[in-house]
Ligand binder design. Structure first.
Ligand SMILES: Nc1ncnc2c1ncn2[C@@H]1O[C@H](COP(=O)(O)OP(=O)(O)O)[C@@H](O)[C@H]1O
Ligand SMILES: [Mg+2]
Length: 395
């Protein structure tokens, strides 16, 4: 690439999943942080119905409002994107005066031509159709380098069943769980008189009974705690499975782990070196919530992270070692956040790896790097550099 022009980076955010607004927060933040003296940034949004649109390069419009309202791609789409249900903004809006962009949109499923014209794609997408290997596959097909995990690492890490299988095979300490498919557990709600009675296949029913109460029920390929609930009895279990199924036909039922939630941020090592890990951070609930639900994660300002956590030094080292091992277990690239439980007895249980962790200004990923002495601009530069360094073809 010519030294005379800047490196063109498409920052892609939004997306079809329920984490659309969370992705917009991260996308907006990255538009702010990327070094514009080195990079030419092309902001690209994916609407909730899957259309790719060029969006305004206005990070302030991709932030949480004072009223606590989350941003969306629809509200920042450029006027040229006629296929987006967008009203055109207030009369006299300066955005309307701009010439339409070259490539503004494509139908759902079409490979956006724009992607062929950039040096690097930075997909800030969470959940299915973005963090799960589908977008990564599209970029591989188009021959465009991108930041973050590849197809396999993305897909394995998105699916909590396969993630746990890989972790367990690599000797990482996973909690007890049961996978519940639709065939195993019919959608019939418990009726009066039969409440407390289990239904579903005997194998699954027995396996769940062995987990004890309470249980955590979650969509296999979810995120941001959407569709996740805690079940304390059989009625709540039925309800929780029905809720999780609105996100994913495959559901995980897990034994509740009694422990502090501690996370570690990971960055791919430079020039093939082992991954770097941040100091761990311990999540503290703001109040009211029983676990880290959507509210606690994004809306409750009282939810904080303590870095480093008040635990023994050797536990901190072990958490960092396990985070790097988890990163390598799934062949992750670029970045990740690995989440653990730390029990009162000092045992560590790995909960999950997020190949595209939340990147909003208040994100735990950023805070842990800052606490470790790495400012976010430097973290982002590292993400871009390791993305640009990928060689084409199989890696
Ligand atoms: N097995 C469990 N034991 C205790 N708490 C859990 C368990 N599973 C999930 N949780 C709670 O639910 C939250 C979301 O679950 P998680 O598996 O991290 O899904 P997501 O991908 O949506 O973040 C966790 O941060 C934690 O607060
Ligand atoms: Mg989580």
């Amino acid at each position: 690439m010519s030294q005379h022009r800047k490196i063109r980076v498409a920052v892609v955010f939004g997306g079809r999943g329920p984490e659309h607004p969370v992705s917009c927060l991260g996308g907006g933040h990255l538009l702010n942080v990327i070094d514009r003296t080195r990079y030419e940034v092309v902001p690209v949004g994916i609407t909730r119905d899957g259309r790719w649109v060029q969006v305004a390069d206005e990070p302030s419009r991709l932030a949480l409002t004072d009223e606590g309202e989350m941003p969306s791609v629809e509200t920042v789409a450029e006027p040229g994107s006629q296929i987006v249900p967008w009203a055109g903004g207030p009369a006299g809006s300066s955005r309307l005066d701009r010439p339409p962009a070259d490539v503004v949109s494509s139908a759902p499923g079409e490979i956006p031509h724009l992607l062929g014209e950039v040096d690097l794609v930075l997909p800030v997408l969470h959940g299915p159709y973005g963090e799960d290997g589908t977008l990564q596959g599209l970029l591989e097909m188009a021959g465009v380098p991108y930041v973050g995990a590849g197809v396999l690492a993305s897909a394995v890490s998105m699916d909590k069943e396969y993630m746990k299988l890989v972790f367990a095979a690599r000797g990482l300490p996973v909690g007890r769980y049961v996978v519940v498919h639709e065939r195993d557990w019919p959608g019939r709600p418990p009726t009066a008189g039969t409440s407390g009675q289990a239904s579903g296949s005997t194998r699954v029913r027995d396996a769940i009974a062995e987990l004890g109460w309470p249980l955590f029920v979650k969509p296999a390929r979810g995120g941001s705690s959407i569709g996740t609930s805690k079940a304390r009895d059989m009625n709540e279990l039925h309800e929780a499975i029905a809720v999780a199924r609105t996100c994913d036909p495959k559901v995980l039922v897990e034994a509740a782990v009694d422990g502090a939630e501690i996370e570690v941020s990971v960055l791919e090592g430079l020039n093939g070196a082992p991954p770097d890990t941040s100091l761990p951070g311990k999540l503290e609930l703001g109040g009211g919530e029983e676990y880290f639900d959507f509210e606690a994660k994004y809306l409750d300002a009282a939810s904080v992270m303590i870095t480093p956590p008040p635990i023994p030094e050797d536990a901190i080292s072990e958490l960092r070692r396990l985070a790097a091992a988890a990163f390598e277990a799934v062949s992750c690239e670029g970045l990740a956040r690995v989440d653990f439980f730390y029990t009162p007895a000092g045992n560590i249980v790995i909960n999950e790896i997020n190949t595209m962790p939340g990147l909003a200004p208040t994100s735990y990923f950023q805070r842990m790097w800052e606490a470790s002495g790495m400012p976010f601009a430097q973290v982002v530069e590292r993400m871009l550099q390791t993305g640009l360094a990928k060689r084409p073809g199989l890696r």
